[in-house]
Write a protein that binds this ligand. Structure first.
Ligand code: MG
Ligand code: ZN
Length: 352
């Protein structure tokens, strides 16, 4: 832990001069991004971020200068679920809880991934759970209920997503993936793959992925590999990265689970920021679909960096969640607004 904190502090020191934009607006080419990396911490509210920053001695998230607040309600419930939350980000439409890539009237809505593919951009999806789970699913599938994992998986084949990483292998047919020209890998991420290939990387042979202490820095490694893979396209890319299990810590009312998942997710944020630092045409956006657990931070030990916490319940809450942005167009993400507006902003910036 102390080593982690030291690394984070050194990184903070090196990066503090960063501003909202990577370059002065006088350079026309860098006022809009070519690439967008959207990182979603499922269930990541301000209490979770505050706790992780305190216990870890700082986060990459702390480096952002452009912040806003997102109102997360869905079309049929003040308290959203992850399906409606992700559909709002992926399609710009407010929908009912449980819906995957459909509007409130169950009509099929084009996702940001589909729009990007149509325009010739490269696309990628990464999650620390099954890639048929609600958040990643809402970026490529169109199904009435988030529990329809097999139907969601079947929606993946006709898409032309360039980089996919997560668990959920039992839902997929390797031959069908290969027929779609995917290189299918299972197991440890190795950075030595041919650039330009379509990649589908399963964490293991199971539906589920283990917790962060078992996974190690898998999410960061997958993000780095995706960026290497996707950056090959002169037309740009859209990449979604989900820290899926921050939410599950909240549902379990398990603070250590929430906290270790958030700190792990933050490493992927760091990888995205490092990429954006050397690629000034890249916009990094970090947000959440909702808060989970009504986490409260009741007392803290300043010396030992420990906290006394409790969860109001094991469900999602309606409190606004933060949105962070860095890179060209970042200033457009400040203010307080509905989750559906994020989609319109990204779409306009990528000219989709
Ligand atoms: Mg999720
Ligand atoms: Zn949840």
């Amino acid at each position: 832990m102390i080593k982690n904190r030291l690394i984070a502090i050194v990184v903070l020191f090196c990066m503090l001069h960063w501003n909202c934009q990577t370059v002065a607006p006088s350079n026309q080419q860098q006022t809009t991004p070519l690439n967008v990396i959207l990182l979603i911490g499922d269930g990541m509210g301000l209490a979770q971020i505050s706790a992780a920053s305190f216990t870890n001695g700082g986060l990459f998230l702390d480096l952002f200068k452009c912040l806003g607040l997102i109102q997360t309600s869905s079309a049929n419930d003040y308290i959203t679920d992850s399906a409606a939350g992700a559909t709002a980000y992926s399609t710009g439409k407010s929908t009912y809880n449980g819906a995957i890539g459909l509007g409130a009237d169950s009509s099929k809505q084009i996702t940001i991934v589909e729009a990007a593919e149509q325009k010739g951009l490269s696309t990628g999806l990464i999650a620390t759970c099954s890639i048929t789970h609600a958040t990643p699913a809402a970026f490529y599938a169109h199904q009435k209920n988030r529990e329809m994992h097999q139907a969601i998986a079947n929606d993946l084949y006709p898409q032309n997503i360039d980089f996919i990483a997560g668990s959920g292998k039992p839902y997929f047919n390797e031959q069908l993936l290969k027929a779609q020209e995917y290189q299918v890998h299972t197991g440890t991420i190795t950075p030595t793959v041919k650039v330009g290939e379509k990649l589908c990387w399963f964490y293991n042979d199971s539906i589920n992925m283990p917790k962060a202490p078992v996974r190690g820095p898998w999410l960061k490694q997958a993000t780095e590999l995706a960026l290497k893979q996707l950056s090959n396209n002169a037309k740009g890319f859209f990449l979604m990265v989900e820290g899926s299990q921050i939410d599950w810590g909240g549902h379990n009312k398990d603070f250590n689970y929430t906290n270790t998942e958030l700190i792990d997710f933050d490493l992927a944020v760091g990888a995205a920021l490092a990429y954006a630092k050397t690629h000034s045409n890249t916009l990094v956006i970090v947000t959440a679909d909702h808060e989970t657990g009504g986490l409260s931070l009741n007392a803290g030990d300043l010396k030992n960096k420990t906290l006394s916490t409790n969860y109001a319940n094991g469900h999602h809450s309606g409190i606004m969640v933060p949105i962070y942005a860095f890179g060209p167009g970042a200033e457009q993400f400040t203010g307080t607004y509905k989750n559906t507006e994020v989609h319109a902003k990204i779409k306009a910036l990528l000219k989709l």
